[in-house]
Design a protein around this ligand. Structure first.
Ligand code: GRG
Length: 295
């Protein structure tokens, strides 16, 4: 576990550096939106998705500078989703990663534009030859990210989350919602490593299934933390989903069964990596980290 935490910290440092370079400040009238983008993108977080890009890419010995571009692009999309999710029209949160949310520090309009700016810039990063020298690889990375983040993925999941029927969802409904809202980007993170590494279909499939398992476990743990953790630990308000009467894994299964389900998923995730043998040990440990995280 200590190895995962150290590896996450090392990758997070590199991603932070790259995001800083990809989003330079601008002293012009429009520079304020860049400051809001930088505030969101450089504001910490676990950097789990970039880590997964880099570690899955490492299985195929992909050049680190290529994987880092894709990792940074994906983190931009994740940060955009958090900025928009925190808006009054959505989750209406004042706190994110232990700091004021973007719309609280600036205003709603700036937060909307900062999210839009991050989303758009992510695709520019993937289109650049720094992401990969071959255009067909870049195209696969771009279309994969579009599918994962759009209406067939994260945006679709968010729409279900905000819909009036949200409170009545059964277990299958919650599982589908979370697979779209949170799972799609986590799955893309692992698929991106495989795309960069020109993986065969068996390896691509194994990484996709690993990601689906840890994505669902991640969300169940998020529900558990919503009940069990403090705002100081998570850096955001807790108890929000249950207070809003939203159907959650914990609400459907109870705390103990939800935790057991997350444990089963983590075991399953690890077994998906059998074809990579010893090379995938850090990814196996990452599955355990997802289960044991407190933020
Ligand atoms: C606005 C289109 C749109 C989508 C928003 C991701 C998302 C969809 C909303 C976030 C709401 C939320 C708290 C979901 C629970 C799981 C989750 C994605 C938590 C945040 O991700 P972490 O824990 O955050 O990886 P850090 O700060 O570590 O990057």
């Amino acid at each position: 576990m200590q190895d995962v935490k150290t590896a996450l910290a090392v990758r997070a440092y590199a991603v932070q550096d790259r995001l800083d370079a990809l989003l330079p400040s601008l002293s012009a009238p429009e520079g304020e939106v860049i400051e809001a983008m930088r505030y969101s993108a450089l504001g910490g977080g676990k950097r789990l998705r970039p880590f997964l890009v880099m570690e899955t890419a490492a299985l195929f010995e992909v050049a680190e500078n290529n994987a880092l571009e894709v990792a940074a692009a994906l983190e931009m999309v994740h940060c955009y989703s958090l900025v928009h999710d925190d808006l009054p029209a959505m989750d209406d949160s004042d706190l994110r990663r232990g700091r004021l949310t973007v719309h609280k520090k600036w205003d709603d309009a700036t937060a909307i534009l900062a999210g839009d700016g991050l989303l758009t810039e992510a695709f520019a990063v993937l289109a650049d030859s720094k992401a990969h020298p071959e255009a067909d690889v870049r195209l696969k990375l771009i279309s994969g990210l579009a599918a994962a983040s759009g209406a067939a993925g994260m945006v679709g999941g968010q729409m279900i989350d905000l819909s009036p029927n949200r409170t009545n969802l059964d277990l299958d409904g919650i599982t589908r919602l979370q697979a779209l809202k949170t799972g799609a980007l986590i799955r893309y993170a692992c698929q991106a490593g495989a795309i960069l590494g020109k993986a065969g279909s068996e390896e691509y499939q194994a990484l996709s299934l690993y990601a689906e398992d840890i994505g669902l476990a991640f969300q169940i743990v998020d529900d558990l933390l919503d009940h069990e953790a403090t705002p100081e630990e998570t850096g955001k308000p807790t108890g929000v989903d249950s207070d809003a009467g939203k159907a959650t894994f914990v609400g459907q299964l109870g705390l103990n069964t939800a935790r057991e389900k997350a444990e089963e998923l983590v075991q399953s995730a690890k077994s998906r990596l059998d074809i990579f043998a010893g090379k995938a040990q850090l990814l196996r440990d990452t599955a355990t980290f997802v289960l044991e995280r407190r933020s």
